[in-house]
Design a protein around this ligand. Structure first.
Ligand code: NAD
Ligand code: IPM
Ligand code: MN
Length: 359
């Protein structure tokens, strides 16, 4: 049966990296008879320019009816001046929230070929394989009230609300425990329960659910320490589960352990395992248009899509194998380039992955 994939390239490097991911997706579609039908839509600044909103109704409708969504990245200086509610990033937040994609999986895996590209010493990072499970549709990103108000003394004040309900914590906890059960069986929950009530409840709920997973060991860590431990001894972690904002920050830090943010894919899942797939990085306006962007995070997000939503694990394995093969060949975009390797641009990297799939 045909499955529909909605492709949302977004802004700045978004279309550049997506073109390469799409090539890869089309190739495995043929090779594995996946019967995927690819559609395209607008989100972020690209949608704002055409429709005046960052998430047009037609994009949301297409997203709801698609079997899976592949997204590039949104935002950038072109839209710095637009009002808050219309910012490109609001389109991304809205699609995540509307589709209830609460479970954001961000695997930080160091390919052995990239040990030299990591900013940490080889012995600290080699063999790294951690999974950050970030809650994606709640917390301070969505809490009400929020806004900027003027106080009686005329001074302005910005405010947000850090809020988590038990059911939101429960569902992300179950996801993290489930995933840990298929890995090394260790969940580290990251919070700030020494200060923030929302995370006191977070820790309580994690503790309450843990006994349902006797094979998984639960530990807790404050977020400041977790940031430090991630760069001190990252291999101590298996699965990290945390809230929306902490997960955003920790996953960018974890990205650097793998050589570059251009290597980190992600899956954002709902309760049924339907999902949206995107690189963890942004639209990189500073390098857009120059063929400098690393398309591998997006290509690896295609592999996650095939594994988690489309039940095509062999095609996913093939893509990951092809990525490893191009790294073996010494091909590197600028962000992961080091002495003795060959510098290639975005398109050449995508072409090389497709060629490796054919071998
Ligand atoms: P960014 O992730 O876009 O870039 C941070 C740095 O990493 C830059 O130096 C960039 O050149 C580099 N980088 C990022 N992706 C790369 C890649 N694939 N290959 C090589 N280098 C890469 O973060 P930023 O600069 O803080 O944000 C830029 C814009 O992107 C902002 O508008 C922000 O809101 C948006 N953003 C969007 C997403 C998303 O769509 N999921 C994620 C993060 C940021
Ligand atoms: C990410 C991004 C987004 C986030 C922004 C662009 C809304 O940083 O996907 O990590 O904070 O979730
Ligand atoms: Mn981020």
């Amino acid at each position: 049966m045909t499955k529909r994939i909605l492709i949302l390239p977004g802004d700045y490097i978004g279309p550049e990296i997506m073109a390469e991911a799409e090539k890869v997706l089309r190739r495995v579609n043929q090779q594995y008879d996946l019967e995927l039908a690819l559609e395209h839509g607008l989100i972020g600044g690209a949608a704002l320019d055409v429709h005046g909103v960052p998430l047009p109704e037609e994009t949301l409708a297409a997203a709801r009816s698609a079997d899976a969504i592949l997204l590039g990245a949104v935002g950038g200086p072109k839209w710095d001046g637009v009002e808050r509610e219309l910012r490109p990033e609001r389109g991304l937040l809205a699609i995540r929230s509307q589709l209830q994609l609460f479970g954001n999986l961000r695997p930080a895996i160091l390919y052995p070929q990239l040990v030299e590209a990591s900013s940490l010493k080889p012995e600290v990072v080699s063999g790294l394989d951690i999974l950050i499970v970030r809650e994606l549709t709640g917390g301070i990103y969505f809490g009400e009230p929020r806004g900027i108000r003027t106080l009686e003394n005329g001074e302005r004040q910005g405010y947000n609300t850090y809020v988590y309900s038990e059911s939101e914590i429960e569902r992300i906890a179950h996801l993290a425990f489930d995933l840990a059960g298929k890995r090394d069986g260790r969940v580290c929950s990251v919070d700030k329960s020494n200060v923030l009530e929302a995370t006191v409840l977070w820790r309580e709920v994690l503790e309450r659910i843990a006994p349902q997973y006797p094979d998984v060991e639960l530990s807790h860590m404050y977020v400041d320490n977790a940031a430090m431990q991630l760069v001190r001894a990252p291999k101590q972690f298996d699965v990290i589960v945390t809230g929306n904002m902490f997960g955003d920050i920790l996953s960018d830090a974890a990205a650097m352990l793998t050589g570059s943010i251009g290597m980190l894919p992600s899956a954002s899942l709902d309760r049924e395992g339907r999902g949206m797939y995107e690189p963890c990085h942004g639209s990189a306006p500073d390098i857009a248009g120059g063929g400098k962007a690393n398309p591998l995070a997006t290509i690896l997000s295609v592999a996650m899509m095939l594994r988690y939503t489309l039940a095509a694990p062999s095609a996913a394995d093939a893509i990951e194998g092809a990525v490893s093969a191009v790294l073996d060949q010494g091909l590197r975009t600028a962000d992961i380039h080091s002495e003795g390797t060959t510098l290639v641009d975005t398109v050449a990297m995508g072409d090389a992955v497709v060629a490796a799939l054919d071998n």
